[in-house]
Structures are given as C-alpha cells and as structure tokens.
Design a protein around this ligand. Structure first.
Ligand code: ATP
Ligand code: MG
Length: 710
C-alpha cells in the first residue's frame, strides 16, 4: 500500500537532475536543434536556458527545484501552508492542510484541503491586490475582434464592475451555492462574471460560447442555474455569431423538459448586433447595460469554506461524453496561483497573454484566477488568430508588449502552415516565456515555436551565437487536475523539445503497468498520480460514483489520468497520448503521439493524426491521417516519403500501413483531435461515429469519408 504523502520513489528519479550542467555553455547543441539537424538521441536534444534567463529565474537551478520539490513531498502540509498564508483567509484552516485519503481501498474518495479555512477567491484576486497598492495597475487589456477596438480595466475598475454585477445577482436572488451559467465570448465581462459569482459564493459554470443550443441545454438541465449570463452576438473574425438565438433555443428546450431559468442577463455587444435585431422575451431577458451600472460599486464578500464549490466545468469531450468536473475554493486558489507563478517565472512587470477561451479549464485557471491572484496584467482577446490575417497574434504581442505567451499546439501548427512572413513582420521582442497546453507538442512544432519567437533568429543562422531567449513551458494537465501537473520551470533545467519534463511541486506522477505495478527508472505505461494535490477536482457533479470508478478504480490507490507516458533515463516525462491511443503493432506498443511527431517533422506535413486499425498479421496496424502544408499537392511520392520519415525516425515496425490525405481533421472546439471519430473512419464503421456535438466543424467528417479510398 502507498502511504503516498510520506514517501516517494519519484524523488529517486529526479535525483539525477543534480548532475545536469546548466548555463549557456552548451549553446552549440541548441543550434544543432534549431538548424533542424537530425537528432541522434534525446541526449543531444537538450535545450538550455540562457544564463541571462537563469540568473533572474524564480527557480534558477535543478538544485533549487529539488530542494523545493523534496519539501513539497516530504512535508506537504508545511509547504502548502507557507504558500497559502500569502493569501487572505477570513479564518485560517483549523484542521489538517490536506486529507491523505486517495487510497480507494480504504473507502470513499474524499479530497479536502485547508479544511475549516474560510476565504474568498474574488477577494484574493481583486481586493487584496488593491490593498497591496495595485489599484491603478492594469488588470485586463482587452483586445476586440476588430483592429483598433480595445479597452483596459485597472484592478480598481475591475473591482467596481465585479461588485455591481455581484449586487445585481444577489438582488435577483442568487445565493451562495446557486449555479449560474455563463455563455459569453472573450469580453471583459466574462472574467467579471466569474469573479462576481465567486464574490457571492455562487457556482459558475461556463459553457464555451461556440457550443450548440443542444450542448448548452444539456448543461443547463444538469446544473439548473438561477440565471444565464450571455450577450446578443459576437464577431469571430468576419463572422457574426448570434449567441442569444442559441441561448433562446437552449432555454426553450429546457422548458420543454420542465427546467425553467428565470433570468437571462444579456450584454449588448453593439459591435456585432443591434438591440432591435435581438429577439427578446420580456420578463426573462434583461440588458446588462440597463441594470448593472445602477448598482453600487462595493459589495460585501460572501466568505466561503475552503471546500465550498467554486465552479463546475465540463471536459472537452475528446474521448466521449463530457464529464462535469467540480472544483472547490481554497486548494484551487492556492494551486492555480502557485503553478502560474513558477511555470511562467512570473514577475510583476510581466504582461501575460493566454490564448485559451475562459470556456475551457485553461481559461479558468490561467486567464482569470492564476494570473489575477498574482496581480498580473492579463490580455483578453475576443477575436480569431487569423483575422484580419495570420499575423494577428504577433500584432497583439507587440501592441501590449506581451512577455509571457501561453497557447496550444493546434494554434501554432495552424499558423505555421501560413508561412513565416506573418511572424517576421513583427518584432516579438518583449517575449520571454512561452507556454503550450492541450496536446503533446511535437518536437518539430516546438522548435518552430522557439524559432518564431526569437528576434535573434537571423543571428542564430548566420553567426551561430544563438540565445535561447524564450524557454517553452510545455504544461501537462487536465480539467480534472485544476492546474499544471508536469511542466518545465523555465530556467530551472534544460528542456527536451516535446517533453513536459518534471512534476510540479507536490505532484507525484507514477507510471504503472497493466497490473498497476509502479515502474522504475526508464519506462513507459499508464500515467497515474500518487496522493492528492491542492488543485485536484473533488467530484463529478451529481455522480460521485462515476468519479471513483473512472479515476480511482482502474489502479487502486492512484488517480488515473487516462494518458500514457514514457519516462526516459534522465527522468523526463513524455506524454504519449491517451492510453486508448496506444497501438500494439506485432507486440510493439507505439504511442500515437510518437508517430505523429515523426510525420510532422516532414517539411510538407502540417498535421497528423494516427489511429490503430485491425490488422490480420500484426494485430494492429497504423493508419495515419495527414494534412499538408498549404499549397502542397498530395502524391504517391509524398506518401512514400512520409512513410520513410517514420521508418527512419522510429523504425520499420512503426511505418504507417495507410496514409489518408485529409484537408482538415475533426477537432473539439478546444482544438483537440477527436481520435475516436478517426478510428471509426479508419475502420469504416461509419454508422458508429457517435456523439459529434463537441466538434468544431462537423463537415470535416464527410470530407474525410469521401476521401477514404482515394
Ligand atoms: P475528455 O476527458 O472529455 O475526453 P479532454 O481529456 O480532451 O476531454 P481536457 O481536460 O481539456 O479534456 O484535456 C486534458 C488532456 O489533454 C490530457 O489528459 C492530455 O491527454 C491532453 N494534454 C494536455 N496537456 C498536454 C500536454 N502538455 N502534452 C500532452 N498532452 C496534453
Ligand atoms: Mg480527459
């Protein structure tokens, strides 16, 4: 049995960190990487932080990390209590900082942190920072869809707006513990609404404002909110999306099922639609601008228990029906703040931009809560990365002098397809840390990201005096984990492109085999986590049993992530995709992510998705969907050369049996490839495509089917 908190095999794995050389003495290796030379082994694949970066980093060396990590494992109560004390608690926790109960064999799973503590996350995000003198600091830089449409909010202004909305919500009868559905695009009103709910102890449930009426109504019926907060319409690039119509349809559907919502607070987004054109239901629908400004700009805090729920959020649905993940207040607060600070090496002078939407966990933890808890200046972007053209992101980076840029591989790959000219037009000089989340970032995309962001790129090529100015934090985590779990700490150790590297403080990742036996040293298997961390989700809303069976029963005594992982001889972690994405070819277990990385390293391949199919001889065969770089035609020769690339990089056993040319891939609205649909297309089980409601572009499925045998 594991007495998780007390001992850690993992410590032994990371001990080897100690022996790493650090500093810029190894830059020639970096150049080899950047110049795209074949990488002989992971050994030569290390990218070292520059000395300048390391000198100013919060965690400047492997030794410092080890010291902190060790304490976080050996004395979690002390470690987290020290950090938690930097926040405001109306009343300090009186019991153990954390429960130890993660061992399903001992009974039910009940995770608790800072039990007995009384606090409020809105107070800690806003009021506390103002008291510390940040009242006039910009909290939010808002950039609209159209060039030149923007706005700012200082911490004091943010407080006023949050209080007005909070007062309104109280006025219409929203009480502590009540749910509020938020269906808003990336307006400033979205973080304002989150914070207003938190201020009065209401539980927000954000539904990404790209979901259909059906998905929205399912979520409304699940949590039965007191109110829905939305806006009439939004521009996404050149397109108008009529959000209010979607909400109307969802509410009508709910009414048919006996669930009624009394209030639909609607922000009048004049840039997208006029009031006159907005369909309206008197009595239920209220214009935000008509009521909210009338309310007082101060509002009493509703103090809540550390374990009171903060929000409910559904997973992105990559593997099936979305799960309603519930996060509570105290542990989540401490965890998101701490992970944000260290993984991005946050300094008060930073300007931070995360491209994720608040409709996803990334937007919860790393657009709103984590950054604001640190008193950061945050960019909130309403528009699309390719509007008016593919240079928009770098335009925004230059405009606000963004220093920390956090995005998803899917966005990097889509911009890569468009060519360098959109990037090199801008200086990007302000950037110092980059982050990535959501999928394994293929080494080739990683390297390109590094390239795209270096204004010194020319010198790299010509003078071979490169300076790896921007470390990339490839953060591995999940809706369920609340915050980063395995992530580089920029400046602390050399990176290996494509690896999420080492665990965050307090996190004990273990890799187990089919029987749940912990594997040691260099290994590959199922990624689990031993014992609990403050940001862990506490239940699946309304279904604690499913919570236990999905996450804690598969491997008794551990939290099971659903992901596969390889740990190399240096203790670095490589996420290999979901475990159901592991393909067994003639007894070789091959992670889909590895084959995809190899394919994408081909200069003409933009994106790849690999699934397993039945194979008479090999058991399973490899079926690869590939999208090509813009303008490249698909040909027999290209097919051969793609296969050859995989043979060379991984081995003949991993060579795809079938290459399926794809104009695009089916993705969730958060940008993840939905492999379960590709598996059905690959095996031609077209009547079993299943739930496609979370797909961004359902039309892609038909296109792929049409191209299947061409
Ligand atoms: P569902 O659980 O409904 O199938 P989902 O797992 O896509 O949806 P999220 O919680 O948004 O929902 O995504 C978490 C998953 O994303 C992880 O389990 C992992 O597979 C993948 N992931 C996230 N970050 C990384 C990363 N840095 N490297 C590799 N994979 C990542
Ligand atoms: Mg998941």
């Amino acid at each position: 049995a594991s007495s998780g908190l007390k001992t850690s095999n993992y410590l032994r794995h990371v001990e080897s960190l100690k022996s790493f050389p650090s500093g810029a003495g190894n830059i020639p290796q970096l150049n080899a990487v950047i110049l795209g030379e074949a990488l002989a082994s992971e050994e030569t694949d290390r990218v070292y932080p520059s000395e300048d970066f390391t000198r100013q980093a919060l965690v400047p060396s492997p030794e410092k990390y080890l010291e902190m990590y060790k304490r976080s494992i050996e004395d979690p109560a002390g470690f987290w209590a020290d950090i938690a004390s930097q926040f405001y608690w109306k009343q300090k926790w009186d019991q153990e900082v954390c429960s130890e109960n993660l061992d399903i064999r001992k009974g039910n799973i009940k995770i608790e942190w800072f039990k007995g503590g009384i606090t409020n996350i809105c107070y800690n995000c806003v009021d506390r920072n103002i008291e510390a003198g940040l009242g006039d600091k910009i909290a939010i830089y808002w950039e609209g869809n159209e060039l030149g449409v923007d706005g700012t909010l200082t911490y004091s202004q943010l407080l006023h707006q949050v209080c007005q909305l909070a007062n309104y919500l109280k006025d219409i009868g929203v009480k502590k513990g009540d749910a509020v559905i938020i269906y808003l695009p990336m307006l400033m009103e979205l973080p304002i609404a989150m914070l207003a709910c938190a201020r009065i102890g209401a539980v927000h449930s954000i539904v990404f404002a790209g979901f259909s009426a059906e998905s929205l109504s399912q979520r409304i019926m699940d949590c039965k909110p007191k109110a829905v907060i939305t806006c009439n319409a939004v521009m996404r690039g050149p397109k108008v999306i009529q959000l209010k119509d979607i909400v109307d349809a969802a509410l009508a559907d709910c009414a048919k099922n006996g669930i009624s919502v009394d209030v639909c607070l609607t922000y009048d987004n004049q840039s997208a639609m006029t009031r006159e054109n907005t369909k309206w239901q008197e009595g239920r629908d209220i214009w935000w601008q008509d009521v909210i400004p009338k309310y007082p700009t101060t509002c009493e805090i509703e103090w809540v228990d550390a374990e009171d729920p903060l929000f409910l959020l559904y997973t992105s649905g990559s593997t099936g029906k979305p799960k309603g993940v519930l996060h509570t207040t105290g542990g989540y607060m401490v965890y998101t703040a701490t992970t944000f600070k260290y993984a991005f090496d946050y300094k008060p002078s930073d300007v931070y931009w995360c491209t994720a939407d608040c409709g996803w966990i990334t937007g919860h933890s790393y657009v709103t809560y984590g950054p604001l808890l640190n008193g950061a200046a945050v960019v909130v972007f309403e528009g699309a990365p390719n509007y008016p053209d593919s240079g928009r992101c770098w335009d925004i980076v230059d405009k606000y002098k963004v220093t920390i840029f956090y995005t998803a591989p899917t966005l990097v790959r889509s911009l890569m397809r468009e060519g360098d000219q959109y990037v090199t037009r801008y200086s990007r000089k302000s950037l110092r840390v980059l982050g990535s989340v959501g999928e394994p970032i293929n080494p080739s995309a990683w390297r390109l990201l590094a390239l795209l962001f270096s204004p010194l790129m020319q010198e790299w090529f010509y003078n071979v005096v490169g300076d790896a100015r921007c470390p990339i934090s490839d953060t591995w985590w999940q809706t369920e984990t609340g915050g980063f779990m395995i992530t580089p700490l920029p400046g602390a150790w050399p990176q290996k492109p494509g690896s999420a590297t080492f665990p965050f403080f307090g996190v004990q990742p273990v890799i187990v085999d089919e029987k749940g036996v912990e594997l040691e040293g260099e290994c590959s298997g199922y990624l689990c986590v031993k014992s609990s961390w403050p940001g862990a989700f506490r239940t699946l809303y309304g279904d604690h049993e499913r919570y236990e069976t999905t996450y804690f029963k598969p491997f008794a005594g551990y939290y099971f992530t659903g992901d596969g992982c390889r740990r190399d001889k240096d203790g670095y972690h490589w996420l290999t995709g979901r475990v159901d994405d592991v393909i067994n070819v003639s007894g070789h277990r091959i992670g889909t992510a590895e084959v995809e990385s190899a394919l994408v390293s081909h200069p003409q391949c933009a994106e790849a998705a690999v699934v397993g199919i039945e194979h008479e001889v090999k058991g399973q065969g490899i079926y690869a969907f590939v999208t090509l770089v813009d303008g490249v035609p698909y040909s027999k020769e290209l097919r051969k050369s793609l296969i050859l690339t995989v043979r060379k990089q991984i081995g003949a056993f991993a060579a795809p049996d079938k290459i399926h040319w794809a104009p695009g891939l089916p993705k969730t609205r958060s940008g993840k490839i939905m492999r379960r649909i590709l598996r059905k297309i690959a095996s031609r089980q077209l009547d079993e495509l299943g739930d496609t409601s979370t797909l961004a572009d359902p039309g892609i499925v038909d296109q792929l089917i049409a191209l299947a045998d061409s």
